[in-house]
Design a protein. Structure first.
Lengths: 135, 394
């Protein structure tokens, strides 16, 4: 897992999410400090209780495949040599879903399958989410 | 009767205009939009000075320059729905509200773009300076694009592949949409894919872009513009064409609208929320429709819309589209102009224009015999949905 930095310039809470993940060195999500709801992407008001009192906290990494696509075509230099590549919609055990990349082969991925998520910190403002086979 | 029900029958579409559909043009977006707009004004038998409201496209060109170039002397009303391909139907609904409330009498709703040339500019072409302002582009830039999910096919595949998996949707169901649109495009002089038929075998041989989407599941990028003129049903009776009356309409948005994957049910579109309200307003059922002009950016999205409309249960669109049911001559002819799939991508304004032609009984070889009522849907950005139910006026 060593990736080139994509062109990303997050602002507001998207920046806060990436900064928290980079500082912790592991995947962090927005956690409501009042009701305990986890939210992604982060929101200024908790969707469950409307609280503004939140922190970014590490998640366990346990997740399952909610959906995925296998891409067979790309015009992008970073991706066209990787086809076919799998992109996963991962549902974390905390609740929120994240887009994740993976080195799993297309026929090794199925909806409902258990996976483990990890962050690859690229720089203080961007990390990749990777999905691996659950141990 | 709900409050919105008072909008039923309050407006009519009285003019239509279309420019395109091309792969490569030397016209600017503004020129194309103006041409379609002036054609729509002329088609209605009106002059620019009869127009007092403008609902511009969600990007590229704005109401003030449209009004100035067309020579509209007094603009009383303008608003701009920002929901991609759901915007034209939203514009029609918005125009109806303005007319019913007395804020405007006659409203121009145009759209256009160089959907082909923007990505493949001539060496001497100047780039488009202005685009869109919807916030979902930030979601895309921050969370999807870095993962090789470059544009709409890759984003929507994230939920469409779950649809296929959970409901065992066969590729032939999506193929039926592609084949019907292509068949209907053969009857349309203004269809990009006229002269290029598509069989189910051709469809199934089409290569995957990103699963479940094959190349032949994706609509065609084109340079084009289209426009409609909306006025009160009363005023419409004195104009030159048979009025096409607004019977009902609604917009709806997924929870959450700016992001695709954290919705409780990823397969629930804006149209799922909007359709029941529109049918209630119009006082008709989905099964009363004589034709369906359904926003078909991708075939599988059209399947989900058929289900959202209540024409089939969740997962049941595959049965609905079988055996020519959605082809001319079938019970529910779909996209009788060829749709985004085979006429061209004009943000679904071409679907409204075609519905008007059908209800005027002016659709030529694609005419649905004696049609009285039909619907148009819009789908935009990350699932915004709009619907209008239109009827042949008295």
């Amino acid at each position: 897992m060593s990736s080139i930095k994509p062109r990303v310039q997050p602002d507001d809470l998207d920046l806060a999410f990436y900064q928290a993940t980079a500082e912790a060195g592991q995947l962090c999500l927005q956690h409501c400090e009042d009701c305990g709801q986890w939210t992604h992407p982060a929101r200024y008001y908790c969707p469950a209780c409307s609280s503004e009192n939140f922190a970014f906290r590490p998640i366990s990494g346990a997740a399952e495949v909610h959906s995925f696509t296998v891409s067979h075509f790309s015009v992008e230099s970073a991706w066209k040599d990787r086809v076919p590549y799998v992109t996963i919609v991962a549902e974390t055990e905390e609740g929120p879903r994240l887009v994740a990349r993976t080195e799993l082969a297309p026929d090794a991925v199925a909806i409902g399958q258990r996976i483990r998520l990890k962050a690859e910190v690229i720089d203080p403002e961007f990390s990749y989410v990777w999905a691996e086979r659950a141990a | 009767m709900t409050g919105a029900a008072t909008l039923s029958g309050k407006s009519a579409i009285v003019g239509i205009g279309e420019f395109g559909y091309y792969r490569g043009t030397d016209q600017s977006i503004l020129q194309m939009v103006l041409k379609a707009s002036m054609d729509a004004i002329t088609d209605a038998g009106l002059k620019p000075s009869d127009i007092d409201g403008i609902i511009p496209p969600p990007g590229f060109v704005a109401w003030d320059e449209i009004g100035a170039h067309l020579g509209i002397p007094e603009i009383r009303y303008t608003a701009c729905p920002q929901m991609g391909g759901a915007s034209p139907v939203a514009g029609l609904i918005n125009a109806t509200m303005a007319i019913a409330s007395g804020m405007a009498t006659t409203v121009l709703v145009p759209i256009g773009w160089n959907g082909y040339s923007a990505l493949r500019p001539r060496p001497d072409a100047r780039p488009n300076k202005r685009r869109f302002s919807a916030a979902f582009f930030e979601t895309v830039k921050n969370y999807y694009a870095p993962y090789g999910l470059r544009s709409a096919p890759w984003w929507y595949a994230l939920y469409l592949n779950r649809y296929v998996d959970q409901y065992d949707v066969p590729p032939e169901a999506a193929g039926a949409i592609a084949v019907a649109c292509r068949k209907h495009a053969q009857l349309n002089d203004k269809a990009l894919m006229r002269g290029r038929p598509l069989s189910m075998e051709d469809y199934l041989a089409s290569p995957f872009i990103t699963e479940p989407l094959r190349k032949s599941d994706c609509c065609v990028e084109t340079d084009c513009a289209a426009a409609i003129i909306v006025t009160s049903a009363e005023r419409a009776r004195d104009l030159r064409h048979k009025p096409v009356v607004f019977l009902g309409g609604a917009e709806g948005h997924p929870n959450r609208p700016d992001e695709l994957i954290n919705r409780p049910d990823m397969l629930k579109l804006g149209l799922d929320y909007a359709a029941p309200r529109a049918f209630e307003m119009a006082g008709v059922k989905p099964q009363d429709m004589d034709f369906l002009q359904i926003y078909d950016c991708f075939t599988y999205v059209a399947l989900l819309e058929i289900e959202a409309l209540g024409l089939a249960p969740r997962g049941g669109a595959a049965d609905f589209v079988k055996d020519g049911n959605i082809e001319l001559g079938g019970r529910y002819p779909l996209n009788t102009h060829g749709g985004l799939m085979s006429q061209g991508h004009c943000w679904g304004m071409n679907h409204i224009v075609e519905a008007v032609r059908q209800l005027r009984h002016d659709a030529g070889a694609a005419q649905v015999a004696d049609c009285r009522v039909g619907l148009v849907t819009g789908y935009g950005d990350l699932g915004d949905g709009t619907i209008a139910i239109l009827g042949r006026g008295a």
